[in-house]
Design a protein around this ligand. Structure first.
Ligand code: DGL
Length: 267
């Protein structure tokens, strides 16, 4: 039993979809969230830059005495898991590994699709792990416009439908039976993505997958919190106005006065 909090970081507000699932599955755990809103997006930045940011974010969370870190950002998970694990001696879980394991469990044909940011798709990380796990074929497609659409709340209108049809064309002819939503923002567009791909495609929400994996890891390693807790702290690196407005929708509850400004320690 370990009452220290769990740290979760993302490039911005999108990782609140991960926190939402973690809070649902592990209601007793205290959670500390860091959204790097001053430097978002990560999805269009180089691997070197994202690794540097990820190290700084993890150091900040360690300063909050966390017992484990969840890398909620797919772009950070795609590039930074090895450097983070080499630098920090605590359990660090990445959303990509969790999404891959879930997709491999769900697929019947072995043909799996991945959608994500440019950084995530270009890293080839999903593809490498899926193939290593036995996937017969992998089709990857960057869908950068889904990020602003989700933040704008345009998740089920005509624009979202048109953008989905264009991006998801490669998945519409029975080419895959499973599609990984490989970006923090995409669960908000699950409805329109599902409608565009059709019934034959199972969507994998990495946010849920990592919450399940985290719960298993805490239990197996004796790090689970036995007593009631449930504290939530929300840190953002930029001023909280936008995080308050958009983040509340991603989290599914009001963030209002619960946001603190984070000062990241220097590299
Ligand atoms: N959080 C990022 C991800 O999951 C999306 C936003 C960004 O590009 O930073 O890849």
């Amino acid at each position: 039993m370990d009452t220290r909090p769990i740290g979760i970081f993302d490039s911005g507000i999108g990782g609140l979809t991960v926190l939402h699932e973690v809070a649902r599955l592990l209601p007793n755990e205290d959670l500390v969230y860091l959204g790097d809103t001053a430097r978002v997006p990560y999805g269009t930045k180089s691997a070197e830059t994202v690794i540097r940011y990820s190290i700084e974010n993890t150091r900040f969370l360690l300063g909050k005495n966390v017992k484990a870190v969840v890398v909620a950002c797919n772009s950070a998970s795609a590039t930074s898991m090895e450097p983070l694990r080499a630098e920090f001696p605590l359990p660090i879980l990445g959303v990509i590994e969790a999404g891959v394991e879930e997709a491999l469990r769900r697929t019947k044909s072995g043909a799996i699709g991945v959608i994500g940011t440019y950084a995530t798709v270009q890293s080839g990380q999903y593809e490498t792990l899926l193939r290593a796990g036995g996937a017969a074929s992998v089709i990857s497609q960057p869908c950068p416009l889904f990020v602003p659409l989700a933040e704008e709340g345009w998740t089920d209108n005509l624009v979202a439908e048109e953008v989905s049809k264009i991006y998801l064309e490669p998945f519409r002819r029975g080419t895959v039976d499973t599609l990984i939503l490989g970006c923090t923002h995409y669960p908000l567009l699950e409805g329109v993505i599902g409608k565009t791909c059709g019934d034959g495609v199972t969507l994998v929400n990495s946010a849920y997958a990592i919450a399940v994996k985290l719960r298993g890891m805490l239990r197996e390693s004796g790090l689970e919190r036995g007593s009631p807790g449930g504290g939530r702290r929300f840190y953002f690196t930029d001023s909280p106005e936008r995080a308050k407005m958009v983040g509340s929708r991603f989290l599914g509850e009001d963030l209002a006065n619960r946001i603190e400004l984070a000062a990241l320690p220097p590299h």
